[in-house]
Design a protein around this ligand. Structure first.
Ligand code: ZN
Length: 222
């Protein structure tokens, strides 16, 4: 069985196909590059409005997107983004199904990291999976925001607040956990560690919440 067959089994990018798969040379850890190509008849999707539009051109330098590694081998999708000529948005870069915006991680990889980060400390995940703190944080944040859009936020009674260092130097993010009996979870991540940050959280949570208690808490996940 070929790697391409396996990738087709675990992904479903309708208008794209996998091309050449090659070892990347001179890397400290093994890396395979997986070329991704658009289907000849597939029209690119405008990242502005989400509609299929006529192609405008193709970016000269391909972008690299990390996919889920296997057997200690990193898997990187290599794809030259197209631009569309959109009557509504103008010339825009296309939207691809495996990644959002300017992220260099595939959605699959982000979810993979975020799931491990629920089971082990972020430090352990970062070390074990050789992923930088910033990227791991991006993955966790992505999962948190995905959850926030779908989650029931009523009946939260206790929260804990902590800070994590983010990027080199003194950059921090505030993380808020729900600490109710039977419902402990990462609830929210916001920029900085200021009073304003917490106000933002309370604003996000809305006026109908039923807090009783705010505790200073060092969460067990770190
Ligand atoms: Zn558009």
């Amino acid at each position: 069985m070929q790697l391409k067959t396996i990738l087709n089994r675990v992904t479903n990018y309708k208008s794209f196909v996998f091309g050449k798969i090659t070892w990347q040379e001179d890397t400290p850890f093994p890396v395979v590059d997986v070329e991704v190509k658009p289907r000849a008849n597939g029209r690119p999707i405008c990242s502005g409005c989400g509609h299929a539009r006529p192609g405008y051109d193709t970016m000269p330098t391909p972008r690299r997107f990390d996919f889920i590694p296997f057997w200690g081998i990193s898997v990187v999708f290599v794809y030259s983004m197209r631009r569309v000529d959109c009557p509504a948005c103008g010339v825009k870069v296309e939207r691809v199904p495996w990644a959002e915006g300017k992220s260099t991680m595939t959605e699959e990889y982000k979810w993979y990291l975020a799931k491990w980060a629920r089971r082990m400390s972020w430090k352990e995940v970062s070390d074990a999976l050789r992923v930088s703190w910033d990227r791991l944080f991006e993955a966790v944040k992505h999962a948190v925001y995905w959850g926030l859009e779908r989650r029931n936020l009523e009946d939260i009674e206790s929260i804990g607040v902590d800070e994590v260092q983010w990027r080199r130097g003194h950059h921090y993010q505030t993380v808020v956990y729900q600490l109710d009996e039977g419902q402990k979870r990462l609830l929210w991540i916001g920029p900085d560690r200021k009073a304003k940050t917490l106000l933002r959280f309370f604003r996000f949570l809305g006026k109908n919440c039923t807090f009783r208690l705010v505790t200073q808490f060092m969460p067990p996940t770190r």
